[in-house]
Design a protein around this ligand. Structure first.
Ligand code: 5GP
Length: 206
């Protein structure tokens, strides 16, 4: 009971190490998903399943990849302050991080990983100054464009829109003070190692 109450308040349990709120951002096609998966396999921890108003893509599972909800349900969650952060991404769909599972994980001393955009990371940083925020960069703009095309998911005009949005997002990330580190994904294994050693360093310090 006491444990539940403390967890609910977001306070660390007595004697437990504090958890880590890990934010990973970066443009689509940069390899974030694989990096987050590998990080969680290495350190253990929870993936924060976001709510979104966008429709599920092929192979995506409700409750595992996202909580797929409609705009009315999303707005109700906003009104009830159930999100840690929320944002309209690419000026289209809404995305939000349910607050309670994240705060519970941290209070229980676990790592929780959020794959969210720059607007969301800025909000998380404001609410949780101790969050550890990493931005994954493509090796170059040409390589990002090549990877977006290689995914074969969208037509050329959608790819070009996503590319323009990505370059704006990178500029915003670099010009602000939200991110603790930038990691270039030239090679997935090397980038994953770099992210893991940043996290290990952070855990050793806290
Ligand atoms: P996708 O629709 O391709 O899965 O995700 C599009 C973008 O939305 C990605 O950059 C992803 O990081 C971001 N995103 C996913 N979930 C959230 C969330 O809960 N909050 C915010 N702010 N961005 C999110």
């Amino acid at each position: 009971m006491a444990r539940e109450r403390l967890a609910h308040l977001g306070a660390p349990l007595e004697g437990a190490r504090p958890g880590l709120l890990l934010v990973i951002s970066g443009p689509s096609g940069v390899g974030k998903t694989s990096i987050v998966r590998d990080v969680l396999a290495r350190f253990g921890g929870d993936f924060s399943v976001s709510a979104t108003t966008r429709r599920p893509g092929p192979g995506e599972v409700d409750g595992r990849d996202y909580l797929f909800i409609d705009e009315r349900a999303f707005q109700a969650m906003v009104d009830s302050d159930l999100f840690l952060e929320h944002a309209q991404v690419f000026g289209r769909n809404w995305y939000g991080t349910p607050r309670e599972p994240v705060e519970r994980a941290i209070a229980e001393g676990r790592i929780v990983a959020l794959d969210i955009d720059v607007q969301g990371a800025e909000q998380v940083r404001a609410r949780h100054p101790n969050a550890f925020c990493i931005f994954i960069l493509p090796p170059s703009e040409q390589e990002l464009l090549r990877r977006l095309r290689a995914r074969g998911r969208e037509d050329e005009s959608a790819i070009m829109r996503r590319f323009a949005e990505s370059t704006r997002e990178i500029a915003r990330a670099k010009s602000g003070s939200t991110y603790d580190a930038f990691v270039t994904n030239d090679d997935l294994g090397t980038a994953t190692e770099a992210v893991c050693s940043l996290i290990a360093g952070r855990l050793a310090r806290q």
